[in-house]
Design a protein around this ligand. Sequence first.
Ligand code: HC0
Ligand code: SF4
Length: 568
Amino acid sequence: MITLTINDKKVQVEEGSTILEAAQKAGIYIPTLCYLEEINIMGACRLCVVEVEGAKTLQASCVTPAAEGMVVRTNTPFLRKARKAILELLLSDHPFECLTCIRSGNCELQKLAEEFNIREIPYHGEKSDFKPDTSTPSIIRDTNKCILCRRCISACSNVQRVGILYPNERGFKTFIGPPFGENLKDMPCALCGQCVLACPTGALHEKEDIDEVWKALEDPNKHVIVQTAPAIRVSVGEAMGMDPGSIVTGKMVAALRRLGFDRVFDTDFAADLTIMEEGHEFLDRLKNGGKLPLMTSCSPGWVKFCEHHYPDFLENISTCKSPQQMFGALAKTYYANKMRIDPKNIFVVSIMPCTAKKFECKRPEMTDSGYLDVDVSLTVREVAKMFKQAGINFDTLPEEEFDAPLGISTGAAAIFGATGGVMEAALRTVYEVVTGETLQNLDFEDVRGLKGVKEASVNLPGITVKVAVAHGLANARDLLDQLRSGEKEYHFIEIMACPGGCIGGGGQPIPTNTETRKRRIEAIYNVDKNMAIRKSHENPAIKKLYKEFLIKPLGHKSHELLHTEYYQ
Ligand code: HC0
Ligand code: SF4
């Protein structure tokens, strides 16, 4: 341990800690901007500067190691002036669009400008004038709002190891983006949105589709239905001001109903269906010598990443569409028939923790119902805005139930939202289908948690099935490279593009960090534990769907509506 003095207070920290960490441990606030815990630690913005006795210049506390006997001051008139000048310089090349900015009210630069009492900018001169990149259906890059903190670069290069964002040019002309100012559309970008979560301002954000949903809700000829992703029932509350990990399933249903949706359904229903189809696909490949390991297909960021970076594994990816898309295809066929509604008048909205889902629903493969299977996909942040626009007091809402039949689901579906959940749900079903026996312990602990790559094995008659789970694209790379080299062999693999799985998706509330991810994961497993049914094949609405419509897993209708192939 090291002892140093910060603002006359003795602080003990472990060797290797930075001054910033020591201050945080002592409850002393130092403002930061480019610093993002565990992701971006480079001392670029200098806002966290402190005075260190004996040092000739101010030191960036996020990168300066704490040392034995060090005497530090974090709050002096000179430091306040220096920090204010840094902010004023940043703001001198920042558009004054706070009132109309997507991050207004949740912008780190805006918060600091207010804290430092900045009422005018003393520096006037040339301003950056970049054209926003609106080339993808998922993410918008507005370089004029970029403060060059490089947090997005670290998220893309280190957390995801995709590496398509760079500093371009030099000096005043510097901008962060794909090389040579290319558009995201023309890059091997996964559209995962981890860069969006890292951005402190409005320079990177989702493409907003709220107005399109309001328009559909206002159209008397449209039957507008909504589906909610597994991970959002533990994060929508957070976007409405509740604690991370609050479980708000019933209130979320009530709020969506008050927005005017004709039916409030659940992606979890389709997640159970995915397990039926994917579980049988796995058994079919195992029995008939199909391509193994089978890899899950539900994370569109992962699928896009595979298409660009590991096309040799495309045949390994399950032909199952994601639950979002299975839901859409069924809504405009099975449900439309049942309700006697012309599918052209059905408008399907999904609420997802994801930016890549916006891209997925616009993929040309996703029109097997004869229409766009899912019309619009909103992020958690967008739906929270709709609740606020509608004056919904989330806290006081009653708990309401999803509508039947596309709202009935199991605990197995709920855990899809956490890394390892799809695998665990699949194993619960595959085991019972193959052995005909009741699984004694439903909790596959080995595939749970935040370890980058997890492994487990399950004994089925005549074979030990080896499975692996990776979350975050850097971990996916490690796993895929080991498969390519023959170092590892598995039968079944789950890959999710985002760290933590969908609970850490690019469409989740900001901030999303390790702490919020942990709390949301804990909540997801509590949802599962409290469900009456916890295995997908026991979902009565799914049984009925097969009886009335699909007939059997991997049957003709399933192939027509629920399966696809990926290529790029
Ligand atoms: Fe997910 Fe999904 S679990 S990808 O992470 O499979 O976005 O929550 O909706 O589709 O169900 C996201 C979350 C989903 C899908 C489901 C899968
Ligand atoms: Fe990188 Fe993901 Fe952002 Fe694309 S969306 S730039 S892959 S972090």
